[in-house]
Write a protein that binds this ligand. Sequence first.
Ligand code: SF4
Length: 289
Amino acid sequence: MRYRGLVIRPPSEADSYILQVTYGCSHNACTFCPTYKGTRFQARPLEEVREDIAAAGRLMPLTRRVFLADGNALCLPAGRLARILSWLRDAFPRLERAGIYANGRDINEKTRDELRQLAALGLGIVYLGLESGDDEVLRRVRKADGSEEMVQAVVKARECGLRTSVIVLLGLAGKEGSLRHARLSAEAVSRMKPDYLSALTLMVVPGTPLYAQQEKGDFTLPDQRELLQELREFIRCCRVEGCVFRTNHASNYLPLKGILSRDRERLLRCIDEGIQRPQVLRPEYMRGL
Ligand code: SF4
């Protein structure tokens, strides 16, 4: 099992076998994202992927979950992904699901039959970074897709039998756009109706274009209290049912877990407590990407 460069995965894939099927992200332009800067996107040679799967199968035959890295591995052609998923099923008889990151267009450009075939072969969950439902913000930070494309992608994935996990990024609209970002993100998520929803909190990383904007005074991150108010507004406005909501990523000040909309009032009370008693929040030095 070989890895190249920085390898990331969602918190819920912490126990999964991580298999790189691409290097980097095919978009690699988001102004806030440091992850694959300096990495040229490429599909990993299939023979290498096959060798790694065979080696992992010998070492960890009881593996139940696999995460296909890197950034948006679902951009690979469906046929190539189908071959990889078939090898995984052969290597891991107890495999329950494979997960993958995707941009909206990776789903929208595949046919429904292709997506259904991938689901049938064990692709169980797709993670998508909506980041914001505000198209002005998405344009500014150079995301690959607008909010409408993201809504279409999540709905299509769900209809084709894939579970969906959507990520929003608190702070991305800066101070001024904070509450609008919260409301429009909630509106987009309410139309998507994902199975899982998580919020991360923006950390402006040196070397990114957003960091340069911040240095020039063109971007101001909301302070801790404003970020919690943004999170509060987002949850208050979300209209989803049976959606697992989490803020368990290390970038967040306040780890929350609940089912929306069932637990909305409890989550709002937790946030209010965090706003009133900042000593209960995760200290700055313990935050991470
Ligand atoms: S699409 Fe995702 S991985 Fe790629 S640059 Fe944007 S945030 Fe980073």
